[in-house]
Design a protein around this ligand. Structure first.
Ligand code: 5AD
Length: 354
């Protein structure tokens, strides 16, 4: 059998290598994370880039079993941030020199929503042509993706959530709106449109094992993603998965390993230190950066809205309503030896080199 050190130094990894890295001992975990940090510094340097996150709306047409803002969750008070508030959030992002915004929303497909996102992109680009715009607004028709891309949005994140069709069906209603094939088609369409394309999975869904996670990693590699956003599954009240437990007792550590493994396998992609990591542990984002993540997403939504964007049971929110607070939140997350990239889009190196 190959020594663990030997696996870490490889350039190409097969499924057994990936499994070995995900299902490792504590000492090996540290070796893996250190190696991922090294690879990251060599491939994309020490900068961490931010995306000021605006959770635009918690209205959602979907009913994913794990998600707190699923359509059938009647206990959620629904909101859509109005244009005035979106505009001031964008102004604040520009003022803070954060470099990019990310617009995330529950899934909605009507023309009103599509036009609203278009107006937001137009405003952002008019305000600052150099401001990066990432969208995470769900499944749409190719012409909608094209419309948003042509208006200047450059990145799109659509999580596959779980890359195995059978497991996907376990966590989504069995109907056309939750079709695995359509989700893959959307992801392809996003890439073909020209977006820097991101996807990702939840880690530790009930019944999901290391082998499934290894398959998720292979899916992301083979799809040729440019960005990756992953996080631990956190059971959420008011959903069919309320009261369930993550498959892994140490899902936080497994999530760090997923980040590290993605960094080893796709050296130059963008990887997000996700909010779910921060929800699990106060230093969650910092630990994710040490494990190879290079993107943070300070949430600049007003707390009044953030309280209602309940994808999972959350820790109380804090208001990031001034440049100072945004800066502090970012800088507090950056480990020693790393640097916050300001006034830069922080585009995916993988995308730029093709
Ligand atoms: N635990 C962790 N992540 C979740 N998401 C939705 N529900 C949960 C949950 N209970 C993630 C999904 C979605 C993203 C916006 O939030 O991956 O794509």
């Amino acid at each position: 059998m190959k020594a663990f050190e030997e696996i870490l130094l490889q350039e190409n990894f097969d499924k057994s290598d990936i499994l070995r890295m995900l299902d490792c001992t504590d000492i090996e975990h540290d070796m893996l994370v250190n190696r991922a940090g090294e690879v990251r510094l060599n491939s994309i340097g020490n900068k961490v880039h931010g995306r000021a996150l605006i959770e635009l709306s918690n209205r959602c047409i979907k009913d994913c079993f794990y998600c707190g803002i699923r359509k059938s969750n009647d206990s959620v008070e629904r909101y859509t941030v109005d244009f005035e508030h979106v505009k001031s959030a964008i102004d604040l992002a520009v003022e803070s020199k954060i470099g990019s915004i990310a617009i995330q929303s529950g899934e909605q497909v009507g023309s009103e929503f599509i036009d609203y996102v278009s107006e937001i992109i137009k405003y952002a680009k008019a305000k600052d042509d150099n401001l990066g715009v990432t969208l995470s607004c769900g499944e749409h028709k190719p012409d909608t993706y094209k419309k948003w891309f042509d208006l200047g949005a450059e990145r799109y994140l659509l999580r596959i959530e779980v890359s195995d069709e059978k497991i996907y069906h376990k966590f989504h209603p069995d109907n056309k709106m939750h079709d695995f094939g359509s989700r893959i088609e959307c992801l392809k369409s996003i890439k073909e449109t020209g977006f820097q394309t991101g996807t990702g999975v939840m880690i530790g869904l009930p019944g999901q094992g290391f082998e499934d996670l290894a398959n998720d990693v292979i899916f992301m590699r083979d799809f040729g993603i440019h960005m990756c956003g992953m996080g631990p599954f956190l059971p959420c009240d008011g959903t069919p998965l309320e009261g369930t437990k993550s498959e892994f007792d140490d899902v936080f550590m497994v999530s760090l390993r997923m980040i590290a493994v993605m960094r080893l396998i796709m050296n130059d992609i963008n990887i997000v230190a996700s909010t779910a990591m921060e929800t699990m542990r106060k230093d969650g984002r910092m630990r994710a950066i040490e494990a190879g993540a290079n993107i943070i997403m300070p949430n600049i939504n007003p707390v009044e809205h953030r309280k209602k964007y309940t994808l999972y049971n959350k820790i109380p929110s804090y208001e990031l309503d001034s440049v100072d607070k945004i800066m502090k939140s970012c800088l507090d997350t950056i480990p020693v030896g790393y640097e916050l990239g300001l006034e830069e889009k922080g585009n995916s190196r993988r995308f730029l080199v093709g």
